[in-house]
Design a protein around this ligand. Sequence first.
Ligand SMILES: N[C@@H](CCC[C@H](N)C(=O)O)C(=O)O
Length: 318
Amino acid sequence: FVPSHKLSFLTKKAHNNAPPSLSAKKVEFSKYHGLGNDFILINNLESGTPPLTPEESSKLCDRNFGIGADGVIFASKSEKDGYDLKMTIYNSDGTEPEMCGNGIRTLAQFLVDESAKEGNMPTLPFTYNIETLAGPILPKVEASREIEVDMGYPIFTAAEIPTTLDANFEDGGVVDQDIDVKGKTFKCSLVSMGNPHCVVFTSGPEIVSDAELMDWGSVLESHPAFPANTNVEFVAVQSDTHVVMKVYERGAGPTLACGTGACALVIAAVRSGRIPHARDGVRVTLPGGDLVIQWGGEGEKVYMTGPAVLSFKGDVEV
Ligand SMILES: N[C@@H](CCC[C@H](N)C(=O)O)C(=O)O
């Protein structure tokens, strides 16, 4: 655990760029991505409340009229004991998810880079304890610059996903349960990583086309079986240690990668018997590159390893 005062050098003097007019806010940002899943990062460590509304954040995510991103992440002050900071995230449509796997890797890299800029580069490996709506999440930035994240415990019960589908697994979970849409039957396995995921396995090694992802993903995302909507992953198993996926994200549509989704689908592959175990790590090939997901089985935490990369920095009037 790192006391929050050790992060004090990262705090900014209250939005020190004077706004050009009474109505405009000027905000410094850094743009990062994890395998092409891209985020606008904002240093808000002086405050527990994001400086932008969900609507303002959504505008910044617009790829034609804004900076362009899958979401906006605020590094905010945690009011709770034991945490270094709090992550708040808005999807590109302005909704607030509980967690984001690629996002929390970019946040960890952002914190390291901001510290280095101030001449306080932490000794690597370095682990942050971050408060999220999904509970504590711990990204460890390795000397190699890979980031391994303790993603906590997966959740399986139908009520907690949440879903109205009938539980059909011994622990109250939902595995390979049918949903009929667009004249097709999808066998859905549900896992929450704090945020909900509906995993659909293809029958062979071929992954769905982009048109199918759009068509089926958008319908399943807001299907009545999911009262809080859901992220949707289509998955083609290649071997016991390698799977390929495409994702349609809740609140963002198709993205190049989804960290919580990669965790969910590896767990779903084990629970449905499609792969024997994930205790030594499973390679997940996403449209933007590879993640490694490790899960020891029921009652164990999930670990995700992958990169986080700075694209550019700037300031923007909102
Ligand atoms: N891309 C993320 C997930 C972001 C949140 C998601 N869209 C939701 O609404 O749950 C990841 O890498 O996990």
